[in-house]
Ligand binder design. Structure first.
Ligand SMILES: C[S@@+](CC[C@H](N)C(=O)[O-])C[C@H]1O[C@@H](n2cnc3c(N)ncnc32)[C@H](O)[C@@H]1O
Length: 262
């Protein structure tokens, strides 16, 4: 069942991030580029192409460049993201919709691109929808985040209070199992541990907020931390300061190519 309240919260956060997203999304752009390299040699079946959770349109841009003769639909929960998409790609189709309940007829898409959106969703429900909408032989080009994502924050916030501060991401095996339960078979996979950096922890958290990726849903902290708690967290985070003086945070990028049987 779709958690409409959590999805409304996700849409609100990404909507507010839309204006600044492109400037702050260095790692997200890097992951799209890596996914597009892995996607080479993994062509779609007949049909148009979907970017599910398209944001401002990095994936739509890739699909339009790589497959100029195909129609491309960018779909996202946040209308403000779709507004940025139409600034960048005025000719792409757009839909404000939920990738857990695609407003699309069955069997019509040749390929589905989805980069860094699955971690906000129920993977089983998303793969059910992807498998329904894909034509036989259709491909899914997928990037999501694995459990080492933001492990530094988990360390720094551990024991501070009972709130959930960090996005929990499933292991690759459970994502692959959820896909294969919907008859989407794994073709190939890659993982990359990537870092974003900032001069200090406050800067890192600002950058995460700028791309809309701070915690959402039940258990997240809603109030401010006390000054002592914040000092303690900052002190713990010093362990992740690098030789060049910046502090770093990890993105455990999981890239998967899946195919629906013909
Ligand atoms: C981190 S951004 C990634 C955007 C883009 N794919 C990229 O690579 O830059 C995640 C996007 O997924 C969208 N999103 C999250 N949950 C969604 C859902 N259930 N259905 C559709 N879009 C969703 C958000 O609104 C946001 O634009």
């Amino acid at each position: 069942m779709i958690d409409h309240q959590a999805h409304a919260e996700v849409a609100g956060r990404f909507g507010r991030a839309a204006e600044r997203y492109d400037d702050a999304a260095g790692v997200q752009r890097d992951i799209c580029n890596r996914l597009s390299l892995l996607a080479d040699g993994q062509p779609p079946a007949e049909g148009w192409l979907l970017d599910a959770g398209c944001g401002t349109g990095f994936g739509v841009g890739h699909l339009r460049a790589r497959f100029p003769d195909r129609r491309v639909l960018g779909l996202d929960l946040a209308p403000q993201m779709l507004a940025r998409l139409s600034d960048h790609h005025p000719h792409a189709w757009r839909a404000a919709a939920d990738m857990e309940a695609l407003p699309l007829v069955s069997g019509c898409a040749g390929g589905i691109w989805s980069s860094l959106s699955l971690q906000w969703c129920d993977p089983g429900q998303v793969f059910r929808e992807f498998a329904r909408v894909l034509a036989p032989g259709g491909v899914v080009w997928l990037a999501t985040l694995g459990p080492r994502t933001f492990h530094e924050l988990r360390h720094a916030f551990q024991g501070v209070d009972a709130a959930r501060h960090v996005l929990e991401c499933p292991a690759r095996q459970s994502v692959v199992a959820a896909a294969s339960a919907q008859a989407l078979s794994l073709v190939t996979a890659e993982e990359h541990l990537l870092s974003a950096t900032a001069p200090n922890l406050a800067g890192l958290l600002r950058d995460i907020k700028a791309v809309g990726a701070q915690g959402v849903g039940a258990g997240r902290r809603r109030g401010m931390l006390g000054r002592d708690a914040w000092r303690e967290i900052e002190a713990r985070y010093e362990r992740f300061r690098r030789a060049d003086g910046a502090v770093a945070i990890s993105y455990d990028a999981q890239l998967l190519i899946l195919r629906k049987s013909s």
